[in-house]
Design a protein around this ligand. Structure first.
Ligand code: DX5
Ligand code: ZN
Length: 219
């Protein structure tokens, strides 16, 4: 049986109260907290960096699922490992050295993820799939919360599932952007098993929203 995981995105939470926001996420029965790192270069916004992740770490046992929307992600591997990141996911578009960067993430003791922007083809990651614990499929263009789900990404997810089978691999497939109680089932049907949700979760009672997402998955 596939194990599904919900990853509320702390990008949509109250930045002045990360400690209590982490507790709300933990109490909701979520497995992960998704932490969006933006550098104002790879994407227009700046969010927060490794020091902020390090200061969150003592307050939560959740899996820290760090999504780096940054140029030159190699430069940040050591600092995220030290900060206590469990998974470090980097964009294939952000470095000419994706293979080496993923090897370094694993060597630093973290799980490694690779992420594709909506316009980036699956072929761009075909030769690194053996290195990854997770493939993240952006279902919006990265940089902002609250955007609409791009339905064409369902075919991309299915293509990754086929490639995973062909290669006999077992990585997770995560989706990020515009996930709510309706779109979550579309991505599950395509083959995703880790679901990031920002605005949907934080625009209501966190536990109620996570419960609704889990019901939609199991319905
Ligand atoms: C977007 C981020 C997402 C964002 C999702 O660039 O990677 O993780 O928080 O937000 P929603 O769920 O509101 O689309
Ligand atoms: Zn994200």
């Amino acid at each position: 049986m596939t194990s599904y995981k919900i990853a509320p995105s702390i990008l949509a939470a109250d930045y002045a109260n990360f400690e209590s926001e982490l507790k709300r996420i933990e109490a909701s029965g979520s497995e992960y907290v998704h932490i969006d790192i933006m550098d104002g270069h790879f994407v227009p916004n700046i969010s927060f960096g490794a020091d902020v992740v390090a200061s969150m770490r003592p307050h939560s046992k959740l899996v820290f699922d760090c999504h780096l929307m940054v140029s030159n992600p190699e430069a940040h591997i050591e600092s995220f490992a030290r900060a206590g990141a469990d998974i470090m996911t980097i964009h294939v578009e952000a470095t000419p050295h994706i293979h080496g960067a993923l090897q370094k993430i694993k060597a630093a003791g973290m799980k490694a993820g690779v992420v594709l922007n909506p316009g980036t083809p699956v072929a761009s990651i075909a030769h690194v799939l053996n290195l990854v614990d997770q493939v993240l499929v952006m279902t919006v263009n990265p940089g902002f919360g609250g955007q609409a789900f791009i339905p064409e990404m369902q075919d991309k997810i299915a293509e990754i599932v086929r490639l995973r089978e062909e290669k006999g691999l077992t990585f997770d497939i995560e989706v990020d952007g515009g996930i709510d109680d309706k779109t979550i089932a579309l991505t599950r049907d395509a083959g995703a098993n880790v679901f990031v949700a920002g605005s949907y979760v934080f625009k209501g009672d966190v536990t109620e929203r996570v419960t609704t997402l889990k019901e939609a998955l199991n319905g």
